[in-house]
Design a protein around this ligand. Structure first.
Ligand code: NAG
Ligand code: NAG
Length: 490
């Protein structure tokens, strides 16, 4: 009866995604007779619109203020009420009916005006003529490699998020065991440190072994809607803490990842520029058959963001190492930016290994985008997963064109002026920027008072080679936020 209803789901969505107003019109015309005949009782039981709808503008389509399935077509201020088909909702931003879980219910007028202003400042689409390495890198769909993939070494970026402490340090030591390995087969990882319950002595150990220390946050809270000064304080305070208590050289702290992988719109990236960071790894993609390559944020992000709070403005020269979703062809385990968020219940270590390998081959056999393997401590709590990862790493180490590097080491390779003269087996890791030696063999154990976010005074324990401070390391007081450097003794 209603033509639109018999179009298969997938196609329906695809057509509506195209955003053509013709499609919307067609839809409305088909739908009108049946919809207008429907009584209010069918409106999912919501009766809040007692007052008649008033058109905010003479013409156009507008959301009903209290019922997401309903919208109005205004024609010279005369509204006609329309219902989206069953299970669909009116998305007042895209101005179309779409699936319930994707729809942004309206009305969103006030926001719209802001958005129009933002739109003017929005980053333009990639212009490969203008965007040239080493300062800029982009491609139309984000998946074009910088040089012929045949000559690109396959990089694996092991990235671990969270506090480092006695619960997980032994897992990391055992995975990243470089005993008796040749230089080019060394495993390097990148740690996104979270401050709470972190053992600064262990961080120093990882750092001196050649791993990269990057930042998550001090508090671990969701910062998605925080403003730039909150982001600056989280990253700036944590950087100072790691310089101070883990002896990390300031020039080695270059990268960040938003807590819980929730980017903070433009505010976060504004803070990164102001604080002088080089790269970010907070953006994740939807599952893609061809993985995207890292890019600079000079131009519009070239792929669909899995979390909607990606930056939209241009942040020239700031690198993004996006997390491609992990998945395999038969969908076992699901799809996940962090591998520990996929499901491997009852799987043997061999099937975990095969899963990782299949996922990895999408990069290896395709455009050689670096394989970013991100995980939390959780991964190691299941023995078959830990063993499966060890098998994967051992296998990768036997290939002469696969290298384990940190985030910054990868970018040093990508921005090397002789990039086009390299070959896939010729990678040599750059010498460390800073000489790294443990500053002590036995750390101090500190028992410190700390005020929890609910105001309760507690005791916290931490280990560091440095002298114990008076209070637990935390966010700098906001007054000091613009204060340059560290306030007391270095
Ligand atoms: C690292 O590997 C060596 C042998 O290659 C072994 O003796 C040592 O116990 C391992 N260390 C860790 C921390 O697993
Ligand atoms: C940023 O957010 C914090 C916390 O919500 C608030 O106290 C501060 O005034 C805000 N700063 C600016 C510049 O808006």
């Amino acid at each position: 009866m209603i033509p639109i209803m018999i179009i298969p789901k997938g196609r329906f969505k695809a057509r509506f995604r195209s955003g053509s107003s013709k499609v919307v019109l067609l839809f409305v015309i088909f739908l009108l007779p049946s919809v207008l005949g429907q009584s209010d009782k069918d409106d999912d039981g919501d009766d809040c619109s007692e007052t008649p709808f008033e058109c905010p503008k003479p013409n156009g389509n507008f959301a009903d203020p209290c019922e997401c399935r309903r919208f109005y077509i205004c024609n010279t201020y005369v509204p006609t009420k329309i219902l989206c088909p069953a299970r669909l909702r009116w998305d007042d931003r895209k101005k179309e009916c779409t699936y319930e879980n994707e729809a942004e219910c309206g009305p969103i007028e006030a926001v719209e005006r802001d958005e129009e202003k933002e739109k003017i400042e929005e980053a333009p689409k990639c212009d490969p003529e203008q965007c040239q390495l080493p300062y800029c890198f982009c491609s139309k769909d984000g998946d074009e490699p910088p040089v012929d993939p045949e000559s690109i070494p396959q990089f694996i970026l092991l990235m671990i998020d969270g506090a480092v402490n006695t619960n997980n340090f032994h897992f990391y030591q055992s995975l990243l065991n470089n005993t008796d390995q040749e230089e080019e087969k060394r495993l390097k990882a990148t740690f996104f440190i979270q401050n709470e319950y972190c053992n600064y002595y262990m961080v120093e150990r990882l750092y001196t072994e050649g791993h990269e220390i990057a930042l998550s946050s001090v508090t671990g809270r969701n910062l998605q809607r925080a403003n730039a000064s909150v982001w600056r304080n989280e990253f700036g305070s944590l950087r100072d803490i790691l310089i101070k208590y883990s002896n990390v050289a300031p020039e080695d702290i270059l990268g960040v990842r938003a807590p819980r992988l929730k980017p903070g719109y433009n505010e976060q990236y504004q803070a990164l520029i102001e604080e002088g960071f080089i790269w970010d790894s907070s953006v994740s993609t939807v599952p893609l058959e061809t993985p995207v390559w890292p890019y600079t944020l000079d131009y519009k992000i070239p792929h669909e963001c899995r979390v909607k709070s990606c930056p939209t403005k241009s942040f020239p020269g700031l690198w993004e190492l996006p997390l491609n979703s992990h998945f395999v062809s038969d969908d076992t385990g699901g799809q996940c930016p962090f591998v520990d968020q996929c499901v491997f219940n009852y799987q043997s270590s061999n099937s975990v290994f095969e899963w990782l390998k299949e996922d990895f081959l999408r990069n290896y056999e395709n455009n050689r985008s670096p394989y970013i393997l991100s995980l939390h401590t959780n991964w190691f709590l299941t023995e078959s997963q830990e063993e499966g990862l060890h098998k994967f790493v051992d296998w990768a180490r036997t290939q002469d064109d696969i290298f384990f590097v940190t985030g910054t080491e990868f970018l040093l390779w990508l921005t090397d002026e002789n990039l086009d003269q390299g070959s896939k087996t010729s990678y040599q890791s750059p010498p460390l920027l800073t000489k790294r030696e443990m500053s002590c063999n036995t750390p101090n154990s500190c028992e410190l008072s700390h005020t929890e976010s609910n105001g309760v005074e507690t005791l916290r324990y931490m280990k560091t080679c440095r002298d114990c401070p008076q209070i637990y390391p935390w966010l700098k007081p906001v007054e000091e936020e613009n204060f340059d450097g560290i306030s007391d003794e270095n």
